[in-house]
Design a binder for this molecule. Structure first.
Ligand SMILES: Nc1ncnc2c1ncn2[C@@H]1O[C@H](COP(=O)(O)OP(=O)(O)OP(=O)(O)O)[C@@H](O)[C@H]1O
Ligand SMILES: [Mg+2]
Length: 330
């Protein structure tokens, strides 16, 4: 049995529509329209000990929902999950000892307390023995330079410092598995680099199994040997990073700024696809093997008036929407 096994997991969220306006609020006491959102529509995968897997997909794909199920915060509507033989949402306490969890959008640190006190608290709650605590604090301080800010209250930290503290905190009890949900969100390149290096070390030296969710292809490229791509609650790709790169890595993205937003409606492309549009800017994803920028650009400028052009590394969103469009074409 693999360390992490999930089998045909579904998750439905039930919400109630709240209509605006006084009368509707009043009506809402008696009747609110029920809405069901199926966020995860049958996801299965297996992950072996020591793997570092990138769990990627566009906004709303169901990534955080999956991670919440794996960390025991949510119970799936159907399907099953086993992590080291434990069903996470049925045995949360036992499971919590084996996992570390970081949700980049939220902190597990106490906002008003000095960082070090959150660590002390963690030590107490998880009954971490003196030796382990001391060793870990030494290593984490060394790699993440926690001493720069450990006596400061969390609310005074920069985002990068807070993230470093959060990741260290999640590993204090020597978990076997680490779930990272957007650990580099909002960070600058240097801060990202520090965190990537640390995660790499932890995986290498301690064989910690890592599932990492991110919108940053750079995180994936530098850390993961495998990616699972999900879209609309379903797995679209699961395999080695080389294969992923081979399949989708020929993507490039051209950002075009037109003089008038209406010009965009007139544009006809032989190659590539418009994957995003914002005002008078569009993002065109294209396959390097099919068309080169030197062919694509004149093709565009001959049709519409262009103010600015830039080539970007393809975003995961762009890749995913191309995958999706290709699928609907077939
Ligand atoms: N508590 C909730 N109640 C109702 N719907 C929810 C809830 N949490 C998430 N959803 C919906 O479920 C879908 C999947 O959400 P999820 O947070 O898992 O996506 P995600 O892949 O993590 O996206 P992002 O990249 O934006 O973080 C979305 O449509 C979202 O709006
Ligand atoms: Mg999310």
């Amino acid at each position: 049995m693999a360390l992490i096994e999930i089998n045909d997991i579904h998750k439905e969220y039930v919400t109630y529509k709240q209509e605006k306006g006084f009368l509707n609020t009043f009506k809402g006491f008696f009747y609110r329209e029920k809405q069901i959102k199926e966020a995860v529509k049958g996801i299965s995968f297996q992950i072996e000990k020591g793997e570092m897997v990138g769990y990627i997909g566009p906004n709303g794909a169901g990534k955080s929902t999956t991670l919440k199920i794996l960390s025991g915060i949510l119970t799936p509507t159907s399907g099953e999950a086993h992590i080291a033989g434990i069903v996470p949402y049925q045995n949360r306490k036992q499971h919590a000892k084996k996992i570390g969890v970081v949700f980049g959008q939220r902190t597990q640190l106490w906002w008003d307390l000095p960082v070090i006190e959150s660590f002390e608290l963690m030590r107490y709650v998880y009954r971490i023995d003196e030796k382990t605590y001391r060793e870990n604090m030494e290593i984490f301080t060394d790699l993440l330079e926690l001493d720069q800010f450990s006596s400061r209250p969390v609310r005074q930290l920069s985002l990068g410092q807070r993230m470093r503290a959060d990741i260290a905190l999640s590993l204090l009890h020597n978990p076997d598995i680490l779930f990272l949900d957007e650990p580099t969100i909002g960070l600058d390149v240097v801060a990202k680099q520090k965190i990537r290096e640390f995660i790499k070390q932890i995986n290498l030296k301690r064989q910690v199994t890592v599932i990492l969710t991110t919108h940053d292809m750079g995180d994936i490229e530098s850390l993961c040997n495998r990616v699972i791509l999900i879209d609309d609650g379903l797995v679209q790709f699961d395999g080695e990073i080389e294969k992923f790169r081979h399949t989708y890595g020929k993507e490039r993205c051209l950002v075009v700024e037109t003089k008038e937003p209406e010009d965009i409606d007139r544009l006809v492309l032989d190659h590539g696809q418009i994957t995003k549009r914002e005002g008078n800017r569009i993002w065109i994803h294209f396959d390097r093997d099919q068309v080169s920028p030197t062919q694509l650009i004149p093709h565009i400028t001959s049709q519409i008036e262009v103010v600015d052009l830039t080539i970007e590394e393809p975003s995961i969103e762009g890749i995913v929407s191309r995958v999706y469009q290709d699928k609907t074409k077939n």
